[in-house]
Design a protein around this ligand. Structure first.
Ligand code: 9MR
Length: 341
C-alpha cells in the first residue's frame, strides 16, 4: 500500500491507538508480517506471553529451538512434536503465521545422525524421513498457519565454500535437492527457504547462495525463498542490503529476514540505543524497499530472553524491548522505517 491511502489508513489507525505497532505497520507497508522468535520455556512468563500474543506487534512466530533435529527426532524414527505443537497452538489462537525452523542443520543435530557413518543412500533416506515427517506434520491445509520452512540452515562458510557437514561430506550438494523436494511433496503449499547468517549484504557467502539458488531454479528444484538471519552488530550494518535483496528477488525468490537482532557491547548507553535505533531503521528500510522482502522476524523480542549474552561475552541488549519488557528506541526506529518517514 502506498501514497494517500496509506496515510489515511495510518491516521485512522493512529486515532485508535494502534499506529505504532510493528505488525500492523509492516502489513501497511505491503509485507506479510512482522514477527518474533520464542523459546518454549519463556511461555510460562505471563507478561512475556501476553506481549508475544499481541497480533498488532507480531503477526508471525518462530520456535527458536523446539523444532530442531536433536529435539524432534532425538532417536531415529521417534518424533517428538510437543514443543512445536505448543507454538503452533499459540500461533493459531493468536492468528499468527509460523516459520518452521529447521529441517537440515549441522548444529543441534541429533548425535545419531553423525555417529551412524551412514552411506549416501541411507543418509538420503534419513533426510527424507526427517523433513518429510516434520513438514507433513505442520501441513498448511491442516492448520491454516501458512508455515514457511527453513529447509536447509547455515550450509555455507563465510568465504562462500560449502560447510563440511555430515550432509555435504556424504552427499555433496545433492542434499539440498533431496531436502527441498521431500519438503515440497510433504506440503505443496508451504514456502521453502534456505537460511543463513552473514548474508545480509553483498559478499562471498551471499554470492554462494545466489549461485546455488540460480542452479536449483534452473534444475526446477522447488525453492521459494532466501532467509537472511540478520544477527548484526551495532554500527556495523552492511551498506548493500537492498542491492543484495534485489538480486535474489530478480532471481525469482522471496526474501525474509528471519532472526534479526543488533547486539552491542555492554553497558547500554543512550548513545548506543540511538545508534541501535538507526541500525534497525536501516535494515527495515531495506526490506521495505524490496517488494519481494516479505517479512521480518526478530530473534525473540526482549533482551530478557536473547541468546546473545550467553554467546558473546560482554555483549547484549540486542532487541527492541528491554529486560523489563519496555520498548527501547529501536522499537520506534522499526515503526518509523515501516512508515517510511
Ligand atoms: O536461539 C537459539 C539458542 O537458544 C540456542 O542455544 C542456539 C544453539 O545453536 O541456537 C539459537 O538459535 C540460532 C538459530 O537456530 C540459527 N541461527 C543462529 C541462532 C542464534 O545462535
Amino acid at each position: 500500500m502506498k501514497g494517500p491511502a496509506f496515510i489515511v489508513l495510518a491516521v485512522l489507525l493512529g486515532a485508535h491507538g494502534v499506529f505504532a505497532q510493528l505488525n500492523v505497520l509492516a502489513k501497511l507497508a505491503g509485507k506479510q508480517y512482522f514477527g518474533s522468535a520464542v523459546d518454549n520455556p519463556a511461555l510460562s512468563d505471563v507478561p512475556y506471553r501476553r506481549q508475544l500474543s499481541n497480533w498488532l506487534d507480531f503477526g508471525q512466530i518462530t520456535a527458536s529451538n523446539t523444532l530442531k533435529w536433536e529435539t524432534v527426532e532425538a532417536q531415529r524414527g521417534v518424533f517428538n512434536f510437543t514443543g512445536g505443537d505448543e507454538i503452533l497452538a499459540l500461533a493459531k489462537r493468536n492468528k499468527q503465521l509460523v516459520r518452521g525452523h529447521t529441517c537440515v542443520w549441522h548444529s543441534q543435530l541429533a548425535p545419531w545422525v553423525e555417529a551412524g557413518n551412514f552411506s549416501a543412500k541411507e543418509l538420503t533416506k534419513i533426510i527424507e524421513d526427517h523433513c518429510g515427517t516434520i513438514v507433513r506434520h505442520y501441513r498448511g491445509d491442516i492448520c491454516k498457519q501458512q508455515v514457511h520452512w527453513d529447509v536447509v540452515n547455515e550450509a555455507f562458510e563465510d568465504d562462500g565454500t560449502f560447510r563440511q557437514t555430515v550432509f555435504y561430506k556424504t552427499l555433496g550438494k545433492q542434499y539440498f535437492e533431496t531436502a527441498l523436494r521431500v519438503a515440497r511433496k510433504a506440503d505443496p503449499k508451504t514456502k521453502l527457504y534456505l537460511n543463513d547468517y552473514n548474508v545480509e549484504g553483498l559478499n562471498a557467502k551471499s554470492d554462494a547462495y545466489y549461485n546455488l539458488i540460480k542452479e536449483l531454479k534452473a534444475k526446477k528444484v522447488p525453492i521459494d525463498g532466501f532467509g537472511v538471519q540478520g544477527h548484526l552488530i551495532l554500527g556495523r550494518v552492511p551498506t548493500t542490503i537492498k542491492e543484495n535483496f534485489q538480486r535474489f528477488a530478480d532471481l525469482g525468490v522471496d526474501i525474509a529476514i528471519t532472526e534479526l537482532d543488533i547486539r552491542m557491547e555492554l553497558p547500554v548507553t543512550p548513545e548506543k540505543l540511538e545508534q541501535q535505533k538507526k541500525d534497525y531503521e536501516t535494515v527495515i528500510a531495506a526490506c521495505k524497499a524490496v517488494k519481494r522482502c516479505i517479512g521480518v522476524t526478530i530473534w525473540d523480542y526482549t533482551d530478557k530472553y536473547s541468546w546473545v549474552p550467553s554467546w558473546f561475552e560482554g555483549e547484549g541488549a540486542a532487541l527492541p524491548w528491554d529486560e523489563d519488557l519496555k520498548k527501547k528506541p529501536a522499537y520506534y526506529g522499526i515503526a518509523k522505517a515501516w512508515v517510511g518517514l
